[in-house]
Write a protein that binds this ligand. Structure first.
Ligand code: DX5
Ligand code: ZN
Length: 214
């Protein structure tokens, strides 16, 4: 199974963001991962729909917004209007999450359930008809450059079993390098998010192709 590679711009040089995006696109990225943090759900702040709109004008890559915010319902329409193609949020943040899944899907945007390292997969089987992908966090969300939590590969494997033959993608996010990409891929992951490993590397093409071919 070939993996899609999704660079997270969290670790890009924001003073040269347009060049950074063009560079990963040219280097073979499949998706651009956008980490949205609010300082409440996670102890960090990033950017909002305004910047995403500008990113949309810069690239044709599918945009994957990962909402790490307390009130996703207030922002879903804004990110969809800004042009995202994938939208995930953490279901701990909204008790009406099924309604939100449906609302996102109705607008032809792929919807994902984001699962923190300490969150179990118990709720997953009840939402399989409502989602397009599962985002497994392999670090505690909030910052780039952390180390992969090794239990995540097992979690991906369990997710693959729960999904069965449904058309649901598995994305993994955090601490991805050549070694952890291989473990994740063997566990059934098909979208690898990588921030620091790509943007801190000397040669984006070498790193992206290397991740794809692990
Ligand atoms: C962390 C974010 C990740 C982050 C990954 O909360 O969700 O997308 O950018 O960064 P690396 O690949 O550096 O662990
Ligand atoms: Zn992310």
């Amino acid at each position: 199974m070939t993996c899609k590679i999704a660079p997270s711009i969290l670790s890009a040089n924001f003073l040269h963001l347009e060049d950074e995006i063009r560079a990963v696109e040219k280097a073979g990225a499949d998706i651009l991962h956008l980490d949205i943090m609010d300082g409440h759900f996670v102890p960090n702040l990033t950017f909002g729909p305004g910047l995403v709109k500008q990113v949309r004008r810069t690239t044709n890559l599918p945009l994957d917004a990962h909402l790490m915010i307390t009130n996703p319902a207030d922002f879903i329409d804004k990110f969809i209007d800004a042009g995202v193609n994938y939208l995930s949020f953490h279901i701990e943040t909204d008790s009406n999450y099924k309604e939100l899944f449906r609302k996102i899907r109705k607008q032809n945007v792929k919807v994902g359930i984001a699962i923190n390292p300490e969150t179990s997969l118990a709720g997953l089987s009840s939402v399989l008809d409502e989602i397009d992908y599962v985002l497994i966090m392999s670090v505690h969300p909030g910052f780039g450059g952390q180390s992969y939590i090794y239990d995540s590969a097992e979690k991906a494997r369990e997710t693959r079993d729960i999904i069965g033959n449904r058309n649901i993608e598995i994305e993994i996010d955090g601490g991805i390098n050549f070694e952890t990409a291989k473990l994740s891929k063997e566990a059934g992951v098909n979208i690898l998010v990588a921030g620091s490993f790509i943007f801190k590397s000397e040669d984006y093409q070498y790193t992206i192709q290397g991740l794809r071919n692990v």
